[in-house]
Structure formats: C-alpha cells, structure tokens
Design a protein around this ligand. Structure first.
Ligand SMILES: [Zn+2]
Length: 258
C-alpha cells in the first residue's frame, strides 16, 4: 500500500490542475454521478492527509480518494486519447488528463463529512499544520507496542510498514517496546525522524533510507537499512522479523535493543 509520501507527492503533482475548470467522466461507470458533479467545476486545492487525497472543488464539495492496495493515478499529456475502460474517474483540462484506476475509495464528500473523516485521523508528520503535542500525547497514551501504534492512522497518519521499520531503526527503538514506556525525548526523536524521512521520500518519489551519492539509483531491495533486509546495513547484524500490529516488522537487535 502506498504510504503518506506517495499521496503528498500526488497532491503536489495534481496541483497543476488548481484553478482549472475540469472535464470529468467515469469511463468504468462506477462513479458516474460523482463525475457529473465534478464536471465543469474548478479544482481549488489538492491536499493529502495521511494516505487520503482530498480535492476541493469550487462547488464546495470534495473528491476523496484512498488508493488502498491497488489504486493508481495515471497522468497523460494527451487528454484527447481515450481512457482505459477501467478508469473510475478521469479529470482533464485541455492539456492534461489524470486517470484514477482501482482505488479502494473514490467518493464525493461535503465539508461536514470531510471534517468527520479528518477527525478520525491523527496528525500527519508531512503536514505543516500537524500538532506535535497532540502526536506525542497520542503516542504516549496509546496501549501496545510502538510498532503497532505507528501503523494506527487514528493516532498518527501516513505511516506504513516501510516508514515504521526504518524510522524505529533510525532512533534505536525496538518495535515491541511499549509506546507508553518511551521517554518524551524518544518520542520527539521519532516524530522528527518521521518528518525528515517522509519529506525526503516526497522529494525522492520513493523511500530510500541509505545514504551515499548513488542512493537514488539503488534497486528497491537495497534502498533500506532494515526493511526486508537480511542484515542491518548499518552494523551487519542479522535483521529480526516479528509480527507487530498484524504486519511483519524488521529491526536490528544490536541498535534497537528490547
Ligand atoms: Zn544494526
């Protein structure tokens, strides 16, 4: 599943549509009424909250998209080319078309329903308006292992399995440690690392946590320090895998002692 950086980058790229009148359609037919409501409106703002994309329209309504496991947006600079039949939503101008395929959610929301959606999400480290106090308090109050808490979008939004493994490794915290037992200093370090790591991933368009001049040319299998690694790329210790929060967590037993 795409993590928050993917959605933030999408929102940034889709902001090319801001201020433009949209032509909208649902070639697949599963968003016909929604597309009709989008058609001929102007996109006022494309924004990401965690893994959710919100497109604010001049009508006052929003298009809410969650990509889920399979969803993808395709951009084409030839809006006259016919869309694939499986496109749920096409939004086009005279110069560009954005096609949405296989989202887990694509719906039209009015402002109260957007507010309800956002109230179910914790602070997003990628948003400049994220409330740091709120995030640290939510973590310290959360029951269970920090590795599980990090995946809970209601506590902090946008983190998936790669960021949780790599961020916990960067701050030397084992995924099984109880969130409530971490010190304020550790929680603050975790938040800062997530902000830094996720912002870098927005810029890079992918998650690369190893350093070096050639980092962006590394294949996916070599781009992380512990996630899906056999050995920790910092110290060479064999990486430990463990089910935490229903997903496989990866950690270095030397740098992240339990
Ligand atoms: Zn290590």
């Amino acid at each position: 599943m795409p993590e928050g950086h993917t959605i933030h980058r999408l929102a940034r790229d889709m902001s090319e549509l801001q201020g433009q009148k949209l032509r909208a359609s649902s070639p697949q037919g599963r968003f016909i009424d929604g597309a009709a409501a989008v058609d001929a409106t102007v996109l006022e703002r494309a924004e990401a909250y965690g893994k959710h994309l919100l497109l604010r329209l001049s009508s006052g309504d929003y298009v809410h998209v969650h990509l889920g496991m399979q969803g993808k947006w395709f951009r084409s600079t030839d809006p006259t080319a016919p869309p694939l039949p499986q496109v749920r939503l096409r939004m086009a101008t005279d110069s560009v078309a954005w096609d949405l395929v296989a989202p887990s959610k694509c719906e039209l929301l009015d402002p109260p329903r957007v507010a309800a959606l956002l109230s179910r999400l914790g602070p997003d480290p990628l948003r400049p308006d994220a409330n740091l106090r709120e995030a640290l308090q939510a973590w310290s109050r959360a029951a269970g292992a920090i590795g599980a808490v990090l995946l809970d979008q209601a506590v902090v939004a946008g983190i998936g399995n790669v960021f949780r493994s790599e961020a916990l490794h960067a701050v030397g915290i084992a995924p099984r440690r109880r969130a409530g037992a971490l010190t304020e200093r550790e929680l603050l370090a975790l938040w800062r690392v997530l902000q830094q790591m996720m912002s870098q991933a927005v810029e890079d368009g992918r998650i690369v946590t190893v350093d070096g001049p050639d980092r962006l040319n590394l294949p996916e299998t070599e781009a992380r320090k512990v996630y899906k690694q056999e050995r920790c790329r910092d110290c060479g210790a064999p990486v430990v895998t463990d089910q935490v929060g229903g997903r496989t967590a990866y950690h270095c037993p030397v740098e992240q002692p339990s």
